[in-house]
Design a protein around this ligand. Structure first.
Ligand SMILES: *Cc1c(COP(=O)(O)O)cnc(C)c1O
Ligand SMILES: [Zn+2]
Length: 399
């Protein structure tokens, strides 16, 4: 079943709806509550389909690039520096380089079940890169709308290279999403933005994996960047499903980080509100979270409040220094939006909102190479010399 998160009306899993026909609110997939022990996962390959009993799709139709099963790296040095026990879930290791692949695997599998021939999305970049790859694998036509000039180069390259029909919209992400939603409501395509509740079903596997990675324990806190707010809602749903299944005994505090210029959720939390005021012209260097009217804001706010979590904002400078810090302390390269989780952790530790010694998992959402321009701009140019031993010696010895 699909259920409205506001009025509770229920709909069939095969109905093509994106919002509640009765009240207009967003939808969620009702947990399946399969009767399985966690032992069934043990000998399976480490992809997100390891937990297939919890996924609301027909197993025989699964479209997968073996997404999930991403690295879970203990970050001893950075953790010691900040005074916490830190792990980083490296979502840039997914097939197209971001966690969006988890959602697309389930979303495209759903598209196969429904028998639609065209899929589409609006995107800040990673959603389109991922959809382009999965749509191709499933043999479906793929249309993506991107905010003109605001998509990182690597992401644009991916969407185009996998053969999506890429259309550049003169407007921001929120406007592109409105436009593609209108097309979807006319039945022209199956919408695979995170308003589609099946996307979040895939992404909840990040929550599954984190508690599995920790030996069937919940961390004290999960920190992640928040843009359209689907992922924080999905991870919370995942850990709750495993909690209700009896696989873990505690739940993590969900902590969302937004860029200062695109922070409707952090603003709402600060004001203790249950709904957001959209930000008109969202701005941040972290293009993946440059969103002013997050579709899943109500779910995200519930996740934060119900888990006793937090929301915080960080500046672009803080994001860029955290990106460098993670790359140069731990060898983990992430795109700017992902580094917001590290920047947020640092800030929350400094302000005393996070206790020393907490066990924390930062989800770093996308790969460094997604946004090569920002990475190159943050570094000094390589020195150029002749391929001559003496010239080289003088450089590396500094003499
Ligand atoms: C999509 C994305 C986000 C934001 O996730 P939401 O579900 O929209 O909150 C953050 N980082 C990266 C790299 C992304 O691609
Ligand atoms: Zn409703």
């Amino acid at each position: 079943m699909i259920r409205c998160i506001s009025c509770g009306a229920e709909y069939g899993l095969d109905e093509i709806i994106y919002t509640c026909p009765k009240c207009g609110s967003i939808l969620e997939v009702v947990p399946l509550r399969p009767d399985v022990s966690k032992d069934v996962f043990e000998c399976r390959k480490s992809t997100m389909w390891k937990y297939k009993e919890f996924m609301p799709v027909d197993e025989s139709k699964i479209v997968s690039l073996e997404e999930g099963g991403t690295p879970f790296c203990k970050c001893q040095k950075l953790g010691d520096e900040l005074g916490v026990e830190l792990y980083v879930k490296v979502e840039g290791s997914n097939p197209t380089g971001s966690f969006k692949d988890r959602g697309m695997s389930v979303g495209i599998t759903k598209a196969m079940e429904l028998g639609v021939d065209t899929v589409g999305c609006a995107s800040t970049g990673n959603t389109s890169a991922s959809l382009a790859a999965y749509a191709t694998r499933a043999g479906k036509r793929c249309i993506v709308l991107l905010p003109s000039g605001k998509v990182a180069l690597g992401k644009l390259a991916q969407a185009m290279f996998h053969g999506a029909e890429v259309i550049s919209i003169k407007g921001n992400f929120d406007e592109a999403l409105e436009a593609i939603t209108a097309l979807a409501l006319q039945g022209k395509l199956y919408l695979l933005n995170s308003i589609n509740p099946f996307r979040l079903e895939g992404q909840k596997s990040i929550g599954f994996e984190i508690v599995d990675d920790l030996g069937w324990k919940s961390p004290d806190r999960i920190i992640l960047p928040v843009g359209n707010a689907g992922n924080i809602s999905a991870i919370w749903k995942g850990v709750k499903e495993f909690y209700e299944a009896g696989f873990i005994n505690d739940l993590p505090m969900m902590t969302g980080i937004q860029a200062e210029g695109a922070a409707p959720i952090a603003n709402a939390v600060r004001a203790g509100k249950n709904e957001i005021v959209p930000v008109e012209n969202p701005e941040t260097i972290a293009t993946a979270i440059r969103i002013g009217a997050p579709v899943s804001s109500v779910k995200a706010l519930r996740a934060i409040y119900d888990s006793d979590g937090l929301a915080e904002t960080v500046t672009d400078d803080e994001i860029l220094s955290a990106q460098k810090l993670l790359a140069r302390t731990e060898g983990i390269g992430v795109e700017p939006a992902s580094a917001a989780s590290i920047a947020g952790l640092k800030k929350l530790v400094e302000t005393g909102s996070i206790d020393k010694g907490e066990q924390i998992v930062c989800v770093v959402t996308g790969h460094l190479l997604k946004d090569p321009n920002t990475a190159i701009d943050a570094c000094v140019k390589p020195v150029e010399v002749d391929a001559d031993i003496n010239a080289l010696l003088s450089i590396i010895t500094g003499k």
